[in-house]
Design a protein around this ligand. Structure first.
Ligand SMILES: C[S@@+](CC[C@H](N)C(=O)[O-])C[C@H]1O[C@@H](n2cnc3c(N)ncnc32)[C@H](O)[C@@H]1O
Length: 178
């Protein structure tokens, strides 16, 4: 456990602090990669659940390895799929988190965002986070994400920049809301 902690990148620690999951929350992680954020989130859950999605079977195997106890406890549910093909887990989720998943900023993520609004429940929050970035300005990373999630009905869209990372967060509305 201590080795896993030592390997936590700052962007992930920061993203999970932003997410701030409660013990009973249901959170979707998009693009869980090696499962470092999943570990931090699961450690905060009691009755809550973390469905985690990645299109890479190799990445999911790493998440499963790192989080074997949470998978066994039924707290972490792994799904190998493109986000665009995700079948929404039963019940509505309180929040969704993506860390360093490029699709939100490198192309119009219309298909994916169109299926997300019912996923964080109305009032639930989507956090799209990145590392602090290299040569690109923070705005070049955050502006397209903020535009895309606004265009898909998220409100209270907030951009945060920190030495640990960049984040765009928005609140899901009920479908059909203005
Ligand atoms: C750069 S890695 C980041 C992993 C982890 N979140 C982190 O910050 O270390 C991006 C991950 O997102 C997954 N991914 C990218 N696009 C995806 C999509 N459209 N659907 C599902 N998974 C996706 C990739 O397979 C990869 O594991």
């Amino acid at each position: 456990m201590r080795a896993a902690r030592a390997a936590v990148p700052d962007r992930i620690r920061w993203a999970v602090v932003l997410l701030d999951p409660g013990p009973a929350d249901r959170v979707l992680e998009i693009g869980c990669g090696p499962g470092v954020a999943a570990l931090l989130v699961c450690e905060r859950l009691r009755t809550g659940r973390l469905p985690a999605v990645d299109r890479s079977a190799v990445a999911l195997a790493r998440t499963a390895d790192r989080n074997a106890a949470h998978v066994a406890a039924g707290r972490l549910e792994l799904r190998c799929t493109e986000l665009a093909s995700l079948e929404v887990p039963d019940g509505l989720l309180d929040a969704a988190l993506a860390v360093n998943v490029n699709l939100f900023r490198t192309r119009s993520p219309g298909t994916e965002l169109a299926l997300l609004p019912p996923v964080p429940r109305p009032g639930g929050v989507l956090h799209v986070c990145y590392g602090p970035g290299g040569p690109q300005s923070a705005e070049r990373v955050t502006a397209p994400v903020a535009d895309a999630i606004r265009a898909h009905g998220y409100t209270d869209v907030r951009v945060r920049t920190d030495t640990a990372g960049l984040a765009v967060s928005g609140r899901a509305q009920a479908s059909g809301s203005p």
